[in-house]
Design a protein around this ligand. Sequence first.
Ligand SMILES: [Zn+2]
Length: 329
Amino acid sequence: MTKLDTIKKAEIHVHLEATISPLLCKKLARVNKINIPENIYGNKYAYAWDDFYDFIKKYDIITSVIQTPENYSELTYAYLKQCALENVIYVEAMISSAHAKLKGMPYSLFLEGVSAGAKRAEDDFGIISRYIVNGIRHMGPDSVYNTAKEVLENPHTNIVGFGLAGDELNYPPKLFTKTFDMLKLENFPITVHAGEWDGPENIRNAIRMLHPTRLGHGVRSIEDPSLVQEIIDSDILLEVCPTSNIATKIYSNYKEHPVKKLFESGVKLSVNSDDPPFFNATIGGEYSVMSGLGLSFDQLLSLSKNAIQYSFCDIDTKKILIKELSDLS
Ligand SMILES: [Zn+2]
């Protein structure tokens, strides 16, 4: 066991449906009698895709095999097990009830499936997990609004926040203000993907219009020092996913990626795997990337602390997790 393995880790930016391994994808395709083209499996990454729009297309095809609450349970358990093996103590995963609904799964049954897998993993490995329901930008403002409304009207202990994901370039923050004003009014925790594909202007708009306390990615804030300062002053955490950004060619390598600069400038951030098999990423791998960029053991541990401190879980769970981190260090 290396020193890196001993660091207790936490992940707060991962899309649950996109964690599906090729093995599980093939199994569920067979069980559910869904035709998945063989060329969807890749050489460079576990799945083959060209650019972000092809990625969205392939994502929908691959995740179409997840058809039932039992499938969700199996998927959740499989991912949490993999995380537990990398010494991850907490996962806050994003889930898409809008996608589940397209396959005929009502919200409550969908959550039952996820929760069953989560409980089984917690019983078996001690790993704690909570979930953020995502609105999907390219399904349109009405879909995002209805998704959020359903979340607010059906409180569930495992659902701790609301997120916004999908096509950032064609669906800017201003389209979603009604939804996020409603969430803010209810004091519901918010995270928004911003500053992955689009630049500082969009990040500013996301912060001002959508009331997030965390941003998914946010790395392109580095292009504007006053925005970096605004993020620090507003106490917003960036959920940074270095390997994802390199796979999607936003940056060409880890040295060029701004994560180290952002960390050094005092931005609170965590590192995350985003869509693991699509990028051959793992949460342990992201910590190893940061170690390679020169972060010390204590600095790596601070990433776990940040993830837990800025997570949306309740205060008692947070205390347990923080204690667990400091027990080891
Ligand atoms: Zn993401």
